[in-house]
Design a protein around this ligand. Structure first.
Ligand code: NAD
Length: 262
């Protein structure tokens, strides 16, 4: 029996990167999991079947677009109908776009705020009533080092992630006298498709090889000079789901190789 057997989880943006690492760890710990995110249907189906058979848990998929409140609502209904309840909510779906603010496309701003911030408002407002009714729940918001400090050319991302840290604190206060907790995790660089795109852009902009661009990216921000791994983020999510973490509330927990210690 895993430590989370009998629990059920929704992880947004879990077809790739950090979200997939979190979904895998939750399934390994015995939780039934709803996967969400984009991806080709056969690949997503294979992923779903693989997790279910490897860990002996129920795994379902919902392709809801986190920029669309009505699709978010139907995903929450879907998970509740499949599992009977939602115990754990991980708001992880996120997108990035990099440009100076005076050149920042308005539609990119709107999309980043919708997916990286407003989606968490919607999932939380829709899931919280049932968590409070059962008096147990764990909400984990995947923010970023950029939820605590800024960088140039990331106006929408930094604003959304700071907003997500603020939202986390409010939810933690509103649930403080219950067995529902809400916290944020603030990763530094994790080598996922989202960051790979930034490495490729940097390599072509500076005319250097990918490995060189990777080193430069780390050297600029992350004192450890090592990437954080999805497994390291997932391990913290599992701890936040444990009874031992019951009094961690409204925290923004850095896993960033020293980025925000500077
Ligand atoms: P990724 O691109 O590998 O994965 C993002 C996931 O979100 C994918 O499953 C994608 O399909 C999904 N997604 C994107 N738009 C969506 C939408 N509109 N609706 C539903 N799903 C959508 O990225 P990642 O690096 O694993 O990022 C995961 C989270 O971690 C993001 O919130 C990101 O901001 C955050 N983060 C990443 C890093 C990093 O270095 N990679 C650092 C700090 C924070």
């Amino acid at each position: 029996m895993g430590t989370l057997s009998g629990r059920t989880a929704v992880v947004t943006g879990s077809t790739s990167g950090i979200g997939l690492g979190i979904a895998r760890a939750l399934a390994r710990a015995g939780a039934d999991v709803l996967l969400n995110g984009f991806g080709e249907a056969p690949l997503v189906a294979r992923l779903r079947d693989q997790l279910a058979s490897e860990y002996g848990v129920k795994v379902v998929y919902d392709g809801a677009d986190m920029a669309r409140p009505e699709q978010i609502a139907s995903m929450i209904e879907h998970a509740t109908a499949e599992f009977g309840k939602i115990d754990i909510l991980v708001n992880n779906a996120g997108i990035q776009y990099v440009a100076p603010i005076h050149e920042f496309p308005v539609e990119r701003w709107d999309a980043i705020i919708a997916v990286n911030l407003s989606a968490a408002f919607h999932t939380i407002r829709l899931v919280l009533p049932q968590m409070l009714a059962r008096n147990w729940g764990r909400i984990v918001n995947i923010a970023s080092a950029h939820g605590l400090v800024a960088s140039v050319n990331k106006a929408a991302y930094v604003a959304a992630k700071h907003g997500l840290v603020g939202l986390t604190k409010v939810v933690a206060l509103e649930t403080a006298r219950t067995n529902v907790t809400c916290n944020a995790i603030c990763p530094g660089w994790v080598l996922t498709p989202l960051v790979h795109k930034q490495i490729e852009d940097r390599a072509s902009r500076e005319g250097v090889a990918l490995e060189e661009a990777k080193r430069a990216l780390l050297a600029e921000k992350q004192p450890s000079l090592e990437f954080v791994t999805p497994e390291q983020i997932a391990a913290l999510v599992l701890f936040l789901c444990s009874d031992e973490a019951a009094q961690i509330r409204g925290a923004a927990l850095s896993v960033d190789g020293g980025w925000t210690a500077q």
